[in-house]
Design a protein around this ligand. Structure first.
Ligand code: ZN
Length: 155
């Protein structure tokens, strides 16, 4: 077991009994200081179209979305200095902040993670951008990648 990666217990137990049914990478969350500065790169250099800008008040971020196939890029700009995104940028600079997997049911996925002793940031799903139900697992339990699980409410 190391400080940096997933507990060794995951390597020896719980093989082949995963039921969370990840279907695809829903989005990559990328922390930026300014949407105004970042969006032109994604649009004018990469040729992606920003199709939605949305403020998520309880996370103190403004988000901008681009589609890449069925996966999205979610740019996250902090709207307050005490936003977790502001702290992330302060400590580590701009860059990839989290990885989000699409699952059929976020609550079930979180329950399964809890059963497998994965440390959770959200024990129950909460509302995220684009009306998704989301929940985060703690990077201490996920090989240092902040990992989100999300589903559309009707699914
Ligand atoms: Zn996200």
């Amino acid at each position: 077991m190391t400080d940096n990666c997933t507990d060794a217990k995951f390597c020896v137990s719980n093989k082949n009994n995963t039921t969370m049914n990840i279907t695809h990478i829903e989005h990559l969350g990328i922390a930026v200081k300014s949407l105004e500065t970042a969006i032109p790169y994604y649009e004018n250099v990469l040729g992606l179209k920003c199709y939605n800008i949305e403020e998520v008040a309880d996370q103190k971020v403004k988000t901008a979305f681009f589609k890449v196939g069925q996966t999205k890029i979610e740019l996250l700009e902090p709207t307050s200095p005490d936003s977790t995104i502001a702290k992330f940028i302060e400590n580590r600079g701009e860059g990839i902040h989290h990885l989000a997997f699409a699952v059929p049911d976020t609550a079930e996925a979180l329950n399964e993670l809890a059963e497998k002793e994965v440390r959770l940031i959200d024990k129950a799903p909460r509302g995220g951008a684009e009306g998704l139900m989301i929940g985060f697992a703690h990077p201490k339990s996920t090989c240092s990648v902040l990992t989100e699980f999300c589903c559309k409410p009707e699914e």
